[in-house]
Design a binder for this molecule. Sequence first.
Ligand SMILES: Nc1ncnc2c1ncn2[C@@H]1O[C@H](COP(=O)(O)OP(=O)(O)OP(=O)(O)O)[C@@H](O)[C@H]1O
Length: 267
Amino acid sequence: MSLVVSAISVRKAAKPILADVSFTAPSGAVTGLIGPNGAGKSTLLAALLGLVPATGAASFQGHDLPAMPRRDRARMVALVEQSASTEERLSVRDVVALGRIPHESAWQSAPSSADAAIIDAALADTGMTAYATRRFDTLSGGEQQRVHLARALAQQPRLLLLDEPTSHLDIAGQLQLMALLRTKAAAGVTVLIALHDLNLAARFCDHLVLLSGGTRAAEGPPGEVLTPALLQAVYGVTARLVPDPQAGRPLIVYDEAVPRTSPQIPD
Ligand SMILES: Nc1ncnc2c1ncn2[C@@H]1O[C@H](COP(=O)(O)OP(=O)(O)OP(=O)(O)O)[C@@H](O)[C@H]1O
């Protein structure tokens, strides 16, 4: 099922942060949520889960996402946050096991053998099996990012939301992550990922939503959204799109920073 976002608006400190943002993230596809710093990507992901007060609607599989009881929603939707550091003293395996909590019955004290297999698969999918007994707070930034992803995968979500999950990953890690998301999408998971790397977005996303100053500036296939004119207006860069026949998607080559012409969120 698609994620349908309708006219989401958010105000913080009396300032409009998101204004009437509407888009559809198609079912079983990877949708990239792109836009410059401060465009409202993290706020939008939080609004979808009712974590910030918002008006408008977000529905998935017939459910009103922001209004759903937390535990019911957590059985269907997982969010990989930009930074989450509440699990410092736990082992890597225990952090990933937190992803099973929404699925556990009230009287269950430890993960079942089925849960254990799901946790093992999430560790393996993210390349973290060898780290299972390490304390989470001894990991590097990129390793911690992989564990957060593993925890989200252990939730077995039908909708996977990710906020800049590649920011600490090396090149191989970024490619592995995007390939993993493609595999999950092919298995029917709807993926919405906030990304800064537009070349990753161009290569691996089926659909893009471009935010600018809290509004939706464009939505569609990468070839339609990533145009030199939009990149200049929204990101303030001159850029060329170079064909890459092997990938079948264009490569973006950036030239220089120039003034943006699209509206910004006022200070
Ligand atoms: N409590 C607040 N009061 C005022 N403004 C806020 C508050 N929280 C967030 N903002 C502003 O909301 C805007 C959107 O922030 P958000 O974190 O959603 O952007 P983003 O697109 O995720 O940015 P980045 O790419 O830098 O992570 C920013 O301009 C930010 O300064």
